[in-house]
Design a protein. Structure first.
Length: 256
């Protein structure tokens, strides 16, 4: 009889230990435990240790850390009828663990689907040039749309970044030709501006030399020095215009 009592007592202690073990729960600093008692929401517990009533209570662990979700590439046609392939990344976190459990089933999947549909909608309303040059504006627009949609679920979307925009090969070639033509146009403008500035400077220099004939002779001697510096066999000697005028004047006097 004593052995039977001891056995029953041992089993009772064993079940009590199991009961206590199943009643004690621990969550980390970045986690919360959402508890349901007989189907009713009791609230979120944690961080640290808390107790539940086995059989009566059911709980779910929710991670509060920021989630980096990679949105799969989406085939989209822009407003100017250009087919593109766009992917993005969404940064979000759970702000209200109770709403994340009660208001939506599988909030991770719901947020992913919302990001995909929003990405297609926003890119479809933008032109290709806007998609390539004003990506920051589209990122903010996407972030606001997704954040407003997921706010009732207790989700906070902190950022959305469009990572890559894939263009069809023919569009890539057309853009390459356009960029080459734009670079050629800029080069021509720069050369024309340089020639215009050089002509203006030469005109100013000629005007200054015309005021002082001696400077023109000095320039002529400097040119001769530069021409004979490399031991050239042929030397071209320029005759100043003033000398020709003097000779012409003497010639006219002799005819008289």
């Amino acid at each position: 009889m004593d052995e039977v009592c001891i056995g029953l007592l041992t089993m009772l202690i064993f079940f009590i230990l199991i009961f206590l073990a199943s009643a004690i729960k621990v969550v980390r600093e970045y986690e919360r435990g959402v508890i349901f008692r007989l189907g009713r929401l009791k609230g979120a517990k944690g961080p640290g240790i808390f107790f539940i009533i086995p059989i009566f209570d059911v709980w779910r662990r929710i991670d509060l850390r920021t989630v980096v979700h990679d949105v799969p590439a989406q085939e989209v046609i822009t407003r100017d009828n250009v087919p593109v392939r766009v992917n993005a990344v969404v940064y979000y976190r759970v702000m209200d663990p109770e709403a994340a459990v009660v208001e939506v089933e599988h909030f991770q999947v719901a947020t992913s689907q919302m990001a995909q549909t929003s990405l297609r909608s926003v890119v479809g309303q933008a032109e290709l040039d806007e998609l390539l040059s004003e990506r920051e504006k589209l990122n903010k627009k996407l972030q606001k749309i997704i954040d407003d949609a997921t706010d009732p679920w207790g989700i906070k979307v902190s950022a959305v970044e469009i990572k890559d925009v894939g263009l069809p090969p023919d569009m890539q070639r057309a853009m390459a030709h356009q960029a080459e033509a734009e670079r050629d146009r800029r080069a021509r403008i720069i050369r024309a501006e340089g020639e215009m500035q050089a002509s203006q400077k030469l005109q100013e220099a000629a005007a200054e030399m015309n005021k002082s004939p001696g400077s023109l002779y000095l320039r002529t001697l400097e040119t001769l020095s530069e021409a004979t510096a490399e031991k050239a066999s042929t030397v071209i000697l320029p005759i100043p215009i003033e000398l020709l005028r003097v000779l012409q004047r003497f010639g006219g006097d002799e005819e008289k």
